[in-house]
Design a protein around this ligand. Structure first.
Ligand code: C5P
Length: 221
């Protein structure tokens, strides 16, 4: 079977990384979570008191550190694996703020494209994969889900982690982040024409995975 590249885009909380990881394992593709790169930059800024809107200072600082985006949900800053520290709300917000900046995006996109060149047969997930990073991907998927379902899924995740829940706050975070991602000037989140939209609101994880695998196999033959 031919190796193909798959782009998975969509707003937060639609299950992109869970789905992409399982599809990658089933189809023997390399899974890359591009959001981790924006999260690592947001994390670095917060740790070092760098203003999240100060594009030139952020670029100056991140060009001096080593950022490695690796398969399977791993990102390293100066050889240190920081991945497990990035999946918290203040980092999600910081990531979506630095992701608005043109030069930060160019920096991330370049690295992500290099990874795809080195390892043909990737499944990348993010916001601009089908529109910018892997414009030539053989398969482009755009995942969506209603706000209600996304809030429910996020609340479940938080409960599993034993965290305190304020549903209104969860909804606000999701809506604010969507707005920043969809309304930003530089490569906003959009569904490109050649992407196939899958609304996951009423589907199980397995059903979404099966749909993507069926579509991928058509392209691989
Ligand atoms: O996907 P995840 O929620 O981890 O991404 C964190 C933030 O990084 C998103 O809200 C978005 O602002 C940004 N991002 C992006 N482009 C990508 C991946 C993520 O702008 N390809």
């Amino acid at each position: 079977m031919k190796k193909i590249n798959i782009a998975i885009d969509g707003p937060s909380g639609v299950g992109k990384s869970t789905i992409a990881k399982i599809v990658a394992d089933k189809l023997d593709l390399v899974f890359i979570n591009t959001g981790l790169m924006y999260r690592a930059i947001g994390f670095y800024c917060l740790e070092n008191n760098i203003d999240l809107n100060n594009e030139s200072e952020i670029m100056n600082k991140i060009s001096q550190i080593k950022i490695e985006l690796l398969p399977n949900n791993i990102v390293k800053l100066n050889n240190l694996d920081v991945s497990s520290r990035l999946l918290v709300d203040n980092i999600s917000i910081a990531a979506s703020k630095v992701a608005k900046l043109k030069s930060v995006r160019e920096f991330c996109v370049k690295k992500q494209q290099e990874i795809a060149k080195l390892k043909p047969g990737v499944i990348m997930e993010g916001r601009d994969i089908g529109s910018v990073v892997l414009k030539d991907a053989e398969l482009k998927i755009f995942l969506t889900a209603s706000n209600e379902v996304r809030v429910k899924r996020r609340v479940k995740q938080l409960l599993e982690k034993g965290e305190k829940i304020d549903e209104k706050e969860v909804l606000k975070n999701i809506v604010d982040r969507d707005r920043r991602d969809s309304e930003r000037k530089n490569t906003p989140l959009i569904k490109v024409e050649d992407a196939i939209e899958i609304d996951t609101s009423n589907l199980t994880l397995e059903q979404v995975i099966d749909k993507i695998i069926t579509l991928a196999k058509e392209k691989m033959n």
